[in-house]
Design a protein around this ligand. Structure first.
Ligand SMILES: Cc1cc2nc3c(=O)[nH]c(=O)nc-3n(C[C@H](O)[C@H](O)[C@H](O)COP(=O)(O)O)c2cc1C
Ligand code: SF4
Length: 426
């Protein structure tokens, strides 16, 4: 069975990505043309059948999110696309934004139709400056071609899409912080509830989905939810864009069918990762970004699906797969992860702001022979749980996920430099 499945990326090499004509020639906008003949309920029914799980990291069922928003009263609703892509090791939204922009824009326009939304916003990572300019040009092309702007496809529906630039803060990828930032406020998370479907952008009901989630919508509408489901796993249809990096021989974005390949395939198959560079051995892999969990060689036969990875204590997250070879110290790697979270913590709440700093102090001790005590290991465990339970937003709640999972696989490395350590410390 082929290890790659090209659904979103089928035409990536044979069409001019910025030509509306080429996009239409390759079947583009047939999802939108079909969607405008259906009721909002029918479009959402297909997304529910497709079992599309949000591709931004949290894996929330898109159909349920859309259905919830549909039932929220209000004549002004907004569509927001999360293109912040701040998760280290993640660069798959960039591929869509650069090479498949009309798939994304078509998905957002379909959402606009479904909710009769007032406007759409794409919040684009600040570092993607060139992409922001390209998107603005592509939006203008769609307006000229009648797919965006006034009276779309003669259906009397007006809808525009605006581009908002992030400014380099990871926390602004969190959906409520993203809305604050879009409104021109400080990009800090909001308290929930109320949910964004009720009180979102400019306090109006709002849909927030990831780039890859929106890009899947035209395919779901076109193929029908049942067909789309078949392309993936029975619990989560379709494909997933994975990002291989680190010591993987082949690095880049690959599209794989959910539930039909294993982690071993992803890392070793010649058409995917191709194995470990420089003929070294795999030590561990870090899935889903810095906020995801770390796995080791014993878990390579786990099927790459939301369900199977969750059962193995791992997660799809953003789709990142950072591969690390035998030369890497797990403690040094985790110091890097913690430095990232210290830098990105917005400082609003104590468990995250101070917890990450304390993790770093202990990890530094663990990296030096005899500097740490068994008490430090207990404190480390306590901090992991406190941060997870008491942090205000997902950043602090997941900041120690890598550490927590690494502890399970590499306990001896944690204990190697600890004075008088033995296995009681768990
Ligand atoms: C700290 C933090 C950063 C996040 N960064 C991103 C991001 O860069 N892109 C993204 O799509 N989702 C990100 N998310 C998840 C969003 O909050 C939200 O779940 C997502 O945009 C919803 O879209 P989806 O359901 O289509 O995945 C982040 C969450 C947290 C807690
Ligand atoms: S967990 Fe708290 S400090 Fe950390 S980013 Fe979220 S709100 Fe800010």
């Amino acid at each position: 069975m082929p290890k790659q499945k090209k659904l979103l990326t089928e035409n990536i090499d044979n069409t001019n990505s910025s030509s509306v004509k080429d996009y239409v020639k390759s079947g583009g906008f047939s999802g939108l043309k079909k969607a405008i003949t259906l009721s909002s309920e029918d479009v959402i029914a297909e997304i529910k059948k497709a079992k599309l799980l949000g591709r931004g990291g949290a894996a929330y069922p898109a159909g349920n999110k859309w259905e919830h928003l549909l039932h929220i009263p209000g004549t002004i609703k907004y569509i927001v696309c999360n293109a912040d892509e701040g998760e280290p090791g993640t660069f798959k939204d960039r591929l869509i934004l650069e090479k498949l922009p009309f798939e994304l824009l078509e998905g957002i326009i379909i959402a606009g139709f479904v909710f009769k939304a007032k406007a759409g916003y794409i919040y684009v990572r600040g570092e993607y400056r060139k992409i922001q300019k390209q998107l603005l040009a592509e939006i203008e092309k769609l307006k000229s071609a009648g797919y965006l702007g006034k009276n779309i496809l003669g259906k009397g529906f007006d809808f525009d899409i605006h581009i908002i630039s992030g400014a380099g803060a990871y926390v602004c990828g969190e959906n409520s912080a993203l809305l604050n930032s879009t409104e021109g406020k400080v990009g800090r998370p909001r308290i929930k509830p109320p949910h964004l479907a009720e009180v979102g952008l400019f306090l109006k009901p709002t849909l927030v989905n990831n780039v890859e989630s929106f890009a899947n919508i035209p395919f779901i509408v076109n193929m029908g939810g049942d067909e789309y489901l078949k392309a993936g796993h029975p619990d989560s249809g379709g494909t997933k864009l994975i990002c291989l990096s680190g010591h993987s021989k082949n690095r880049g974005v690959f599209e794989i069918p959910l539930g039909k390949v294993t982690l071993r395939d992803a890392i070793y198959a010649p058409e995917l990762g191709g194995g470990i560079a420089k003929k070294k051995k795999l030590k561990f892999f870090h899935l889903g970004g810095q906020s995801g969990s770390i796995g080791c060689a014993d878990q390579l036969d786990t099927v790459y699906s939301y369900t199977d990875l969750r059962k193995a204590g791992l997660s799809v997250g953003s789709g990142a797969i950072v591969v690390m070879d035998e030369s890497v110290s797990i403690i040094e790697y985790l110091i890097g992860v913690t430095d990232f979270f210290i830098h990105e913590s917005c400082g609003k709440c104590v468990p995250c702001r101070e917890g990450n700093r304390q993790l770093r102090v202990i990890l530094h001790k663990l990296s030096k022979p005899g500097a740490a005590t068994k008490h430090d290991l207990h404190t480390l465990r306590r901090l992991i749980h406190t941060m997870n339970d008491a942090s205000f937003c997902g950043l602090g709640q997941t900041a120690a996920a890598a550490l927590n999972s690494a502890w399970k696989h590499f306990k001896e490395e944690f204990e190697a430099n600890v004075k008088g350590a033995n296995n009681e410390s768990s």
